[in-house]
Ligand binder design. Structure first.
Ligand code: URA
Length: 230
């Protein structure tokens, strides 16, 4: 087990979280689901896609984004040369809200610890938020119309690339073009996020080394002082 009590390694940690989700009865959505939809994809990916909640097909299969919105998601990924297996996909809530209604704040809050643990296990360089509810988790108060398609930092420093939900484009044709335009920026956003994270690591190593050198300097000064006392 790692320090947070999860199994070591992202694949094992994500599998353990998924097992827990499958037995979850923490909120009323559990009573009406057919299956939970914990998430799936590449456990070593640097990109986490977060949708809203399972729909009918997802509830029936236990897999995220396998209905019409999922088909559009696949087209979007293919348009930049990516496959599902290049990313990890999950949702803000892991059980289907009845009739595909929006998830309620209490349901989102109850489910949040699963998503937090998935984020910690995967440590993605970029989180792609799909739709309003996912956006609110990372950039509370932000309006999708104002922030979509550009890399942002969440209040805890995660790199977030907000996008409209693919299902929105199934109802509003003009959003389809926006989605395809936005996703074209994702590979560059991923590179920028990786570079920012690497330089943050470099800076923190450099500052730890500076502290260690200062400690060493203080210790040598103490030793000299001790020697002069005798
Ligand atoms: N919509 C979502 O937000 N998630 C899914 O898994 C499917 C549709």
């Amino acid at each position: 087990m790692g320090p947070a009590g999860e199994p070591v390694g992202s694949a094992a940690a994500l599998a353990a979280i998924a097992d827990e989700i499958r037995g979850c009865t923490r909120c009323p959505l559990a009573a009406r689901r057919t299956r939970t939809v914990p998430g799936e994809g590449n456990p070593l990916s640097d990109v986490l896609l977060v949708g809203e909640g399972p729909g009918q097909r997802e509830d029936a299969t236990g897999r995220p984004f396998v209905g019409p919105a999922g088909r559009l998601l696949d087209e979007l990924l293919h348009s930049i040369g990516w496959e599902r297996d290049d990313v990890y996909v999950t949702n803000v809530v892991k059980c289907r809200p009845p009739g595909n209604r929006d998830p309620e704040p209490g349901e989102i809050a109850t489910c949040a610890s699963y998503l937090e643990r998935q984020e910690r296990a995967l440590e993605p360089a970029v989180v792609v938020s799909l739709g309003r509810h996912s956006l609110q988790r990372y950039l509370p108060g932000a309006r999708i119309g104002a922030v979509h398609g550009r890399l942002r930092r969440s209040y805890i420093g995660q790199h977030v690339f907000p996008m409209y939900h693919p299902a929105a484009a199934l109802h509003q044709a003009s959003l389809r073009e926006t989605l395809f335009r936005d996703i074209r920026g994702l590979p560059a956003a991923l590179l920028a996020a990786r570079e920012a994270l690497a330089s943050e690591v470099e800076r923190s190593v450099a500052s730890e080394e500076a502290v260690a050198r200062a400690d060493e300097h203080d210790r040598s000064a103490d030793d000299i002082e001790q020697m002069t006392l005798f």
